[in-house]
Design a protein around this ligand. Sequence first.
Ligand SMILES: NC(=O)c1ccc[n+]([C@@H]2O[C@H](COP(=O)([O-])OP(=O)(O)OC[C@H]3O[C@@H](n4cnc5c(N)ncnc54)[C@H](OP(=O)(O)O)[C@@H]3O)[C@@H](O)[C@H]2O)c1
Length: 303
Amino acid sequence: MFDINKVPSQKGRIAIITGANAGLGEETSRIFAEKDMKVIMACRNQKRGEEAKRKILAKVPKADLEVMQLDLSSLESIQAFVEDYKSNYSKLDLLINNAGIMVPPLMRTKENFEIQFGVNHLGHFHLTNLLLPTITGTENSRIVILSSLAHQRGKIYFDDLNWEKSYSKWEAYGQSKLANLMFTLDLDEKLKASGHKTMSVGAHPGVARTSLARHFNKLTYLFLYPVFFFMTHTAEKGAMPTVMAALDDSVQGGEYFGPTGRKEMKGAPGRAEIMPHAKDKEVRDILWSVSEELSGKKFQIVK
Ligand SMILES: NC(=O)c1ccc[n+]([C@@H]2O[C@H](COP(=O)([O-])OP(=O)(O)OC[C@H]3O[C@@H](n4cnc5c(N)ncnc54)[C@H](OP(=O)(O)O)[C@@H]3O)[C@@H](O)[C@H]2O)c1
């Protein structure tokens, strides 16, 4: 069983965590900082990032944290973030693609992609692509991508990927989280095929009490909160599958981690179930090509 207390110091290693100013990203940042890792907190709002940094420093005074601005709803912002990072750092041990948005009203990114597909999947796809030479050039590096139980019912709607004919906020969330898991698996296969040691690993938190529910109807949320509370766990526990995927020695590329309790909703971290449709090679191939086309840059995974 994974025990964070048995993980040795990670001194000298650098992690980028997207969406590090709240929920799971903030907890993952704190846990990594406790293990002496340098953490780049990639946040869309600098002020909220600095506030989260102060909160972590109050708990972990030795924490080595740097807030950098990254808005995953803008390809230009992603490009600027990567250029800024590369001008200061020549290696990257861990990339944690954590940021996410769930069931908002129909919103679009700067490039006009539906926001859940745009931020949760495409933004991270592009970020990973731009950082790939740096991360594959670093020994023992890993890319951890956050998916969700929502991948189980997810479907990729190639006939209306961008929700232009109609919009279902839940189906759009499911699509984006299935895309996250398909990307994890494809990336790992492509890394292995080209002889790279960098691993791509998936993780999901089960159901954790974070601000992800900010777009829920407030009254319904308050009414259901007692049941919700009982079925869920804290952000700290929800972050553990990510931490395990990033730091446990037994992890293999292409694996998927989540809570091991009933229906993977909460509990200790361990190996999680990948639904068969997430492994569909035909769908994954199309998704990969479409994602390259929409983000405007092909992956070059060569050694
Ligand atoms: N909580 C759960 O039960 C649960 C379940 C399954 C999967 N997940 C996944 O876990 C991940 C983290 O979610 P969470 O629960 O920690 O939610 P959260 O508390 O709402 O945190 C989400 C983070 O993503 C950031 N973000 C949103 N849009 C962004 C953008 N355009 N650019 C950069 N950052 C952006 C947010 O920044 P702002 O604060 O500035 O908005 C925030 O830091 C997500 O990928 C989510 O899909 C969570």
